[in-house]
Design a protein around this ligand. Structure first.
Ligand SMILES: Cc1ncc(COP(=O)(O)O)c(C=O)c1O
Length: 405
């Protein structure tokens, strides 16, 4: 139960001091996921590169860095934040389908671990940048293994026809080209099949294809050292991370004893259970046959329900009144899609009561916006049974116009 990390008495204190809506993270919960990953994978001792897109806040990233994890970044901005949070440059990998020459230069100058390139044109650009800087760029290719991870279509990435990665055939041509280049050093190969994946089967299939490919490449004289199996491991219905043991067995089953160093890029499964969105009831009303609870958080704070029908566990902080009823929990944004939960079963809250939306630590704040000119929420980190600190202040109305000229 995620509620054990977010005690009502503490949530009340946090709301009084930091206001609402506020993202609240539990250091204990975040570290628990990290420990579970390390334990599950201990037989092959991989390098974990936390996928910062899930939650790029400096406080959580610093915890991951302190645990010896690296980072998976997908933009120059994330690279900047990764370095600021204390990730070692030699443990940072750079993924993404459209890195600009400026971003590639920044990555090479920063001395990162390697670049996961996704097209021949990107590799050619990387070669030009590396030649200009008179360095050899450590190169990995994101390969599309054409595996269906059986998840939402917006977060399926490992099927051919998606914009991500290159086919094995194309990858072979690129590696053979890179191996001849003075400014490219092929070091690894990667796949990332999708997100919110609940079965290890698709990983086993993709990993098997990758291992066979790496072996074939070695026979052509290109010897890779790293096999990167991406992220994507899922979060269960109640909001907790799915047990990573089956994933570990699948990955170790393919790569143990091959001499390849395995890399993983988990994001959601580490950050989601560690965060909750705390919001306050503004109004209650009936609309047709429906009961609505209107709260002060909205789709600009947490877009996942609106974007892909994500279901977050929701609970009242403190007791409610009467028997349970079915409620839609909606925000103040002027969109019918602005809901945080549909058909949630709750007792009736009082006006002004707090409500907590669990498993919101990943793709919550990091996907938030100022839509409807709503300043972004504050963020708080719970560091002990009764201790917490503000890790990001609430934005102000001045922040809404601060970048305008
Ligand atoms: C290349 C890459 N690695 C890792 C991740 C992290 O996935 P998740 O947060 O589902 O673990 C993503 C997510 O989109 C990704 O694109």
């Amino acid at each position: 139960m995620l509620s054990k990390y977010f005690k009502p008495s503490l949530l009340k204190k946090i709301s009084e001091s930091a206001g609402t809506p506020v993202y609240v993270y539990s250091e204990t919960a975040f570290l628990k996921q990290i420990a579970s990953y390390k334990k599950a994978f201990r037989s092959i001792d991989p390098l974990f590169c936390y996928a910062m897109k899930a939650n790029s806040g400096g406080a959580l990233c610093a915890l991951a860095a302190r645990e010896g994890w690296g980072a998976d970044v997908v933009s120059g901005g994330e690279l900047y934040r990764a370095l600021k949070a204390g990730f070692e440059p030699g443990k940072i990998i750079f993924s993404g389908v459209g890195k600009t020459p400026e971003e590639l230069e920044y990555a090479l100058k920063s001395g990162i671990f390697f670049i996961n390139a996704e097209s021949f044109e990107e590799v050619a650009e990387l070669e030009r940048v590396a030649a200009r800087l008179k360095v050899r760029a450590p190169l990995s290719l994101r390969i599309n293994p054409d595996v269906d991870p059986h998840t939402h279509k917006f977060i399926t990435t490992g099927k051919l026809g998606s914009k991500f990665g290159v086919s094995f055939e194309e990858a072979q041509k690129i590696y053979l080209y890179a191996a001849e280049s003075k400014h490219l050093e092929p070091v690894g190969a990667q796949f990332h099949i999708g997100s919110q994946v609940h079965s290890a089967g698709p990983y086993a299939v993709a990993a098997g294809r990758l291992a066979a490919f790496i072996l074939k490449l070695a026979s052509r004289g290109v010897n890779l050292r790293y096999a990167d199996v991406g992220g994507g491991w899922g979060v269960k219905e109640g909001g907790e991370m799915a047990d990573p043991a089956p994933l570990a067995r699948a990955v170790a089953g393919v790569f143990a004893g091959t001499g390849l160093k395995v890399i993983l890029e988990p994001g959601r499964s580490v950050a989601a259970p560690a965060g909750a969105l705390l919001t306050r009831v503004i109004y209650r009303k009936r609309g047709g046959h429906k009961n609505f609870i209107i709260v002060d958080a909205a789709m600009n704070d947490l877009i996942r329900p609106a974007l892909y029908g994500a279901k977050h566990p929701v609970a009242l902080v403190g007791p409610g009144r009467g028997p349970e009823k079915i409620y839609d929990i909606v925000g103040p944004v002027c969109e019918s899609g602005d809901f945080l939960a549909e058909a949630a079963r709750l007792r009736e809250p009082a006006g002004g009561q707090l409500l907590v939306i669990y498993s919101a630590g990943a793709y919550g704040f990091s996907m938030s916006s100022q839509y409807n000119s709503r300043p972004r929420a504050a963020e708080v980190l719970i560091t002990g049974p009764s201790s917490w600190r503000l890790i990001r202040r609430r934005e102000t109305y001045e922040d809404l116009v601060a970048s305008e000229l």
